[in-house]
Design a protein around this ligand. Structure first.
Ligand code: RIB
Length: 304
């Protein structure tokens, strides 16, 4: 059985429910406050585990981050690679509007202390065809991509949050990109997003890669050089969209490792993401596979 190693961020999410996002020069009262486990890395590991995959999570936390380790363990994620550092844990300040939209500031903290030798030591424990999952919230992502590819691992990259530095990474070594609209447009090099244009540019730029592109209300796509599949969304009333993208990523990768076909992966990932937006918070909103199947059955849709 192929293994999944997720080298990713762990954040303490400080979540403020607000009527409207705070504007420059303004001070506002939060309607509610909570502190939860999050970080794109942690969320994706939990999503993969809840989708039924066995996942190793590697990353760094501070002394204040024991809760993050516990949260992964409780979800059944293997945490022996996690290291505690003297730095503060990564944390995110998240405003959530009543519409469910969010706005996030991340301080990388210990996530920024992922050194090259740590990455090499972790990757050494994995074999060709195992899968490395990466997001863009830790240091030395580029090194991890190159090293993993050298060792024959399959590299899944969710370049979130995206910035100019990503364009300097050796993206030709990425086997599968998981992108939202903003990330797809950025990598495709188009200023006005148009899905057909994004798809053809991405195919041209990275002909060996496969892509999963999530477009919010407009559904999601899988495409590679020769194939394209589409999945519509499951309509729900959103409470909080934080972590929905991570839920999608985790379910997609778990489906891949479990040998589901591509339409099945997209279908389950969309259903899981729809469920995640119905619950506040990031990690805590990620559903278990059994609950996703109940959700589907309640809609008279096929369980997987
Ligand atoms: O994708 C959601 C995540 O982004 C949050 O959990 C927060 O920690 C930020 O990393």
């Amino acid at each position: 059985m192929k293994k999944i190693i997720n080298l990713g961020s762990l954040n303490l999410d400080k979540v403020y429910l607000v009527e409207k996002f705070v504007q420059p020069g303004e001070s506002i009262h939060a309607l509610r406050y909570s502190e939860n486990c999050g970080g794109k890395g942690l969320n994706q590991s939990i999503a993969m585990a809840r989708a039924g995959a066995y996942v190793y999570h590697a990353g760094k936390i501070g002394k204040d981050g024991i809760r993050l380790r516990d949260c992964l363990k409780e979800a059944g994620v293997e945490t022996s690679f996690l290291e505690e550092t003297g730095a503060v844990s990564g944390h995110a300040l998240i405003q959530v509007e009543q519409s469910g939209q969010n706005s996030i500031i991340v301080h990388r903290g210990a996530n920024d202390l992922i050194q090259k030798d740590y990455i090499s030591n972790v990757l050494e424990k994995f074999s060709p065809e195992d899968v490395l999952v990466l997001q863009n919230e830790i240091s030395n992502v580029d090194y991890a991509i190159i090293e993993a590819k050298k060792r024959g691992l399959r590299v899944v990259f969710n370049p979130s949050p995206i910035d100019e530095n990503v364009l300097e990474y050796k993206l030709s070594d990425v086997d599968c990109f998981i992108l939202n609209e903003n990330e797809a447009g950025f990598l495709a090099g188009i200023s006005e997003f148009d899905e057909d244009n994004a798809i053809s540019r991405l195919r041209e730029k990275y002909p060996e890669a496969s892509f999963v592109m999530t477009l919010g209300e407009k559904g999601s796509y899988y495409f590679d050089r020769s194939r394209k599949f589409y999945q519509e969304i499951f309509r729900v009333d959103a409470v909080d969209t934080t972590g929905a993208g991570d839920t999608f990523c985790g379910y997609y990768v778990a489906g891949m490792i479990k040998g589901l076909n591509i339409p099945e992966r997209l279908y389950l990932a969309s259903a899981a993401a729809a469920m995640a937006v119905c619950v506040s918070g990031a990690a805590q909103s990620i559903p278990h596979l059994g609950d996703v199947n109940h959700f589907l059955a309640a809609r008279e849709r096929k369980a997987i």
